[in-house]
Every structure is written in C-alpha cells, then in structure tokens.
Ligand binder design. Structure first.
Ligand SMILES: Cc1cc2nc3c(=O)[nH]c(=O)nc-3n(C[C@H](O)[C@H](O)[C@H](O)COP(=O)(O)OP(=O)(O)OC[C@H]3O[C@@H](n4cnc5c(N)ncnc54)[C@H](O)[C@@H]3O)c2cc1C
Length: 487
C-alpha cells in the first residue's frame, strides 16, 4: 500500500480517489476504479445533469470498451447505429470492407444519456457522486491531497483526478500549461425542426456544400435536423446563440432559412486546440477535456476522454491496491499524451480541409481521390475510431501494444471475459500459467481461440502486453505490468 489510511492532520483520508467532474471521463474513471474496490468520490459542480440534447458519436473503440465492461447492450438501446465511414473532414466515403472490429459502426447517442448511463454504472459499482460541489482548491503532500469545496468543506484522498472539462480548475491550480492555438473560427451548431420538404433541403445542401464545408443540415428523424453554419459576424461570443442567429446565417449562405423553428439546443464552438503539458503532478492527474481540447470535427473529444479514463483506471487502482510496478502510473501520460497529440493534429488537418479557400479545397479534392485507395481510407478511419492505436511497449510483433478485437473463444466472446477489469492470459498452448499473479490476471487455456499467435497477455484495457509461448518471458512481462507475484 502506498500510504496509511489516515493522516495525522485533522481531516481523515476518507477516500482513495476524488474525481472533480462527473462528465463522461469522470464517470467512466469512477466505474473503472470501483472494479478494483477503490473508494471513490466524484464531485460535480452542477446540481442537475445537463439537459440539452447534443447527439455525439461513439466510435468503434469506445463501443469496444463498453462491450468489455458489459455495458454495450444497455447503451445500444439508447442510440442509433450509423455507418462508420464519412467522418474524416466530413468527406463522404463509405468505410472500407472488413474493418478489424466486431463493432464496426458509429453509435449516435445524446451526450446526457451516455453520461447518465456511465454515472449509473459507477454508482451501481459503489462510487459516491455528490452534485452541487465545486472543487475550488487543493493541496498535496506525501500522503494525500486535501481538496477544498466552494462551501469551504475539506476532504482528503490519496489521489485527485481533474475530469473537470476544458476550463479545468484542477489543471489551473496545478499550474500545468495548456499551450496551443486559441480559437480563430467559430461555428454555430444546433438541432431544430425545419419548415420545408426534405428533398428541397437535400438539393440546396448538395449545391452549397460543394464550396461551403462548414455548412450542413442533416436529418435526425421526426423532422429534426442537425444544423451547422459558420458563426462569422454573429455578435458576442460570450452570449449563447439564438434561433435568429441561425436563420440569419442560413439566409446569408443558402438564401433561405429553411423555415427552421423549435430548436432543441443551440451552441457555438470554436477551434481552440490545446494540450496540457503534463497529465500528472504527484498525486494529481488530469483526464478528458481537462487535458486536451480541439474542434469537434470527426467527433473525437468524448471518445478520447473516456479512453483516457479507461487507460488510467486500472493503473491508479493498482497503485492504491499496492501492486503497481514503480513506473506503471507514469505510463498513463506516456501512452495517452501522444494519442491526444495525434487527435489534435488530425483535427487541425480536418479544419483546414473545411476552408472555403481554393488551396485547401484543392487538397480536399485530392484527398477525396486518395481515399478511393483502400489503405488510405482504412488508415483515416482507424485513426478517427481509435482502433489503430499502438502504444509503444518496445520491440516486438505488430500486435504488441495494440488492442485485440473481440474474438471468438470457447466460452463465447473475448470481451465477455474482461468485465471485471482484470488482466487476461489467452493461451492456445495450454501449458502456460499466470501463477503468482492469478489474483490480478485470469487464465484462459483455449487452443481454439481465433488468434494467429500462440498466446497473448492482455492488460485490463484490452491492449496486448505480451505475445509468445515461453513461460519465463511471460513471467517477466507479468512482473512488468502486474507487479510482484503474490506470496
Ligand atoms: C458542438 C460539439 C459537438 C461535439 N460532438 C462530439 C462527438 O460527436 N463525439 C465526441 O467524442 N465528442 C464530441 N464533442 C466533445 C465532447 O462533448 C467533450 O469532449 C466531452 O464532453 C468531454 O468530456 P469530459 O468528461 O472530459 O468533460 P465535460 O463533459 O466538460 O465534463 C466536465 C464536468 O466537470 C464539471 N466541473 C467543471 N468544473 C468543476 C469543478 N471545479 N468542480 C467539480 N465539477 C466541475 C462540469 O460541470 C462537467 O459536468 C463535442 C463538443 C461540442 C462542443
């Protein structure tokens, strides 16, 4: 164990981890920590969950994470499946055949619904969530973190994680830099009903979108459309946009406002692109938008934050349970910072491709042609959906560091064996053992498993930590990721 359960100061160490913010990243992290019996408190400044219904896209890797924790069926009930292709810079190309996933689609789902489902999951597993509690300060010492709330209450925990969004109080108080580019181009986005027939809209949109790439009206069913228009010339950035602003912009670009009415929600977003310099300072960590921000083109922000939480959860739990190898917690930043850098870069590229200038439009036409090559299309889709990620675990076969798809195993599906968030030794040789690590790592001997290597060791996040067939080599890798054997 890394510290005593109580400090000598006045405030007891009541929690192992306090999470600031109950958005998608905070709720996911709380659930992951609870799988390992970590005492978690989530502090959320809002008294009620947000009510506006922004539809977000869950991409393939996030759907796989949900499957790995037994949540996918519940989530699918609330969303709409769509084809996985067409997301890179909104270039309308279908996904290539045979994407390497059992869940090769996009799920459109309202953000508040995904947050509620993740929060319920965390609470079912035993997390405490306190609403109406804003974190306003903290101090860390050798044993833990004292967290101060807006009403002056002080709480102690061993670790604090800032999942408190782009304006993160935790990041600012930590003094971690957030370098990057400020917003230059604003866009209006909202969902509303329209007053003209679908065919009329489709024809007009097809005509205009040849040149205006930051413009679309897409039907969502029941007469509701997702509307995107440039915000150039629309008043005060600090004020929320109005339906009149949308009408005005639509008239400017399309010559008609399509009779839009009855908005569900209206928002304005910029293209600020920033990345936290560090994800960890001592006992305080950052995840989700608190650590990175980029324009929503490609629909990656929520996915990235949930995947940060999935990467961090088991490592922080291992630290608290006392079995983490010395450098395990630092691998969170080492693995996730480069992933965010790559997402920031691909959104920068996508924003350029939406420009109305002739140069970027020519590049867009060229890229559209290149995407007819299967490899190019596949590469871009694997990037956006995060199934192409390969963490740097050192020299080894291509599978090392990648996530493993949901393959068939003798008990059903692989991901069905990962619900408890433990490691897994998937062994086609039937002669290896997880030995002294069996309290942390399950062992499935299955010569029929759909693998083309003898054996893989999976981390709790489903990434391949080892490939081989030699017990001594396996033991070294079990130590590397799961610490010293028990007993
Ligand atoms: C128009 C638009 C469309 C988008 N579409 C997509 C999409 O299709 N796909 C996608 O993946 N992403 C999309 N995103 C991005 C996505 O919404 C964000 O990346 C995601 O919400 C980040 O989750 P988070 O948990 O890190 O932060 P947030 O969702 O911002 O949650 C942070 C939480 O912390 C709370 N909080 C803040 N300060 C404190 C404090 N001091 N103490 C306690 N609590 C605090 C907040 O109230 C909030 O509940 C879109 C964004 C926009 C603007």
């Amino acid at each position: 164990m890394d510290s005593l359960p109580f400090t000598t100061e006045r405030t007891p160490l009541t929690f192992d981890v306090i999470i600031a913010g109950c958005g998608p990243a905070g709720a996911m992290l709380a659930a992951e920590l609870r799988l390992h019996d970590v005492r978690v408190l989530v502090l959320e400044k809002e008294t009620e969950p947000v009510s506006f219904v922004r539809i977000v896209g869950l991409h393939i890797r996030s759907l796989e994470l949900m499957a790995m924790r037994g949540l996918l069926e519940r989530i699918l009930e609330h969303g709409r499946r769509r084809p996985a292709g067409g997301f890179f810079a909104a270039i309308a190309k279908p996904a290539p055949e045979g994407l390497d996933s059992a869940h090769a689609y996009l799920l459109g789902i309202p953000q508040p619904v995904i947050v509620r489902l993740l929060e319920e999951h965390a609470i079912d597993l035993g997390a405490q969530v306190r609403r109406g509690c804003a974190v306003t300060g903290f101090e860390q010492d050798d044993e833990g973190v004292t967290v101060e709330l807006a009403d002056g209450e002080r709480l102690r925990s061993r670790y604090l994680v800032g999942c408190d969004g782009v304006r993160s109080t935790v990041r600012k108080l930590l003094g971690v830099g957030f370098p990057g580019e400020p917003s230059r181009t604003d866009t209006l986005m909202g969902e509303m009903k329209v007053g003209v027939p679908q065919e009329e809209i489709a024809a007009k949109v097809a005509e205009i979108s040849v040149t205006h790439k930051r413009f679309w009206l897409r039907p969502f069913g029941e007469g509701v459309y997702s509307v995107v228009v440039p915000a150039a010339g629309v008043g005060d950035r600090a004020e929320p946009p109005t339906l009149d602003d949308f009408k005005q912009q639509l008239r400017t670009i399309a010559g008609t406002d399509f009779g839009v009415h009855s908005p569900r929600w209206l928002s304005r977003f910029g293209d600020a692109t920033r990345l936290a310099e560090r994800y960890r300072v001592g006992r305080v960590l950052l995840a989700g938008d608190a650590a990175h921000i980029h324009p929503p083109i490609g629909g990656q922000g929520l996915n990235l934050g949930v995947q940060d939480a999935f990467n961090l959860g088991w490592k922080l739990a291992a630290q608290i349970r006392g079995w983490a190898p010395e450098t395990l917690l630092d691998t969170y930043e080492a693995e996730r910072h480069p992933v965010a850098e790559d997402v920031l870069d691909n959104t920068r590229a996508q924003m350029e491709l939406l420009s109305v200038e002739p140069g970027p439009q020519a590049v867009r036409r060229l890229l559209t042609e290149l995407m007819d090559f299967d490899e190019v299309n596949r590469h871009l889709i694997e990037k956006i959906t995060a199934i192409g990620i390969r963490y740097d675990f050192g020299e080894g076969p291509d599978l090392l560091g990648r996530r493993l798809r949901d393959i068939d195993v003798k008990q059903g599906r692989l991901y069905g064996l990962l619900h408890r968030g433990r490691g897994l030794l998937l062994d086609r040789t039937e002669r290896l053992t997880a030995g002294g690590w069996s309290d942390r790592v399950d062992h499935l001997a299955d010569p029929t498993a759909a693998l083309d290597v003898p054996c893989v060791l999976l981390r709790p996040d489903g990434h391949v930590a080892w490939v081989g067939d030699d017990q001594r080599d396996l033991d070294d890798h079990l130590s590397r990721w799961f610490g010293r054997p028990a007993g």
